[in-house]
Design a binder for this molecule. Sequence first.
Ligand SMILES: Cc1cc2nc3c(=O)[nH]c(=O)nc-3n(C[C@H](O)[C@H](O)[C@H](O)COP(=O)(O)OP(=O)(O)OC[C@H]3O[C@@H](n4cnc5c(N)ncnc54)[C@H](O)[C@@H]3O)c2cc1C
Length: 82
Amino acid sequence: MDGREVKAEEEEEHEIVIVGGGICGLATALALHRKGVRSVVLERSETLRATGAAIGILANGWLALHQLGLASLLRQSSLPLH
Ligand SMILES: Cc1cc2nc3c(=O)[nH]c(=O)nc-3n(C[C@H](O)[C@H](O)[C@H](O)COP(=O)(O)OP(=O)(O)OC[C@H]3O[C@@H](n4cnc5c(N)ncnc54)[C@H](O)[C@@H]3O)c2cc1C
């Protein structure tokens, strides 16, 4: 085993760092968690942002939420737009 192989093994053991705890960062962390991969989310803000009115989720969004195991829970409090 040469030095490059040792380095590759070490890199695979490092935790994954996700910068930003917004919806993308948290969804990524949850997806990794469900695959058994540990990650660390770094968020610079000390408070939650309380702006915004609603989240519009289209078909692909629901597919992503289904993959994350969140769709059935969120459907209970969602308002379908027809
Ligand atoms: C005022 C406002 C109102 C909105 N209202 C709505 C709405 O009503 N409905 C809707 O669907 N969408 C709304 N949006 C859009 C929605 O907020 C974004 O589409 C969504 O938040 C994007 O998610 P994100 O995870 O990509 O980024 P963000 O939500 O922006 O998350 C990124 C996170 O990374 C953190 N971060 C950035 N740089 C660093 C760093 N260097 N180190 C550590 N942390 C860092 C930030 O603090 C932030 O928490 C609104 C946006 C704004 C600004």
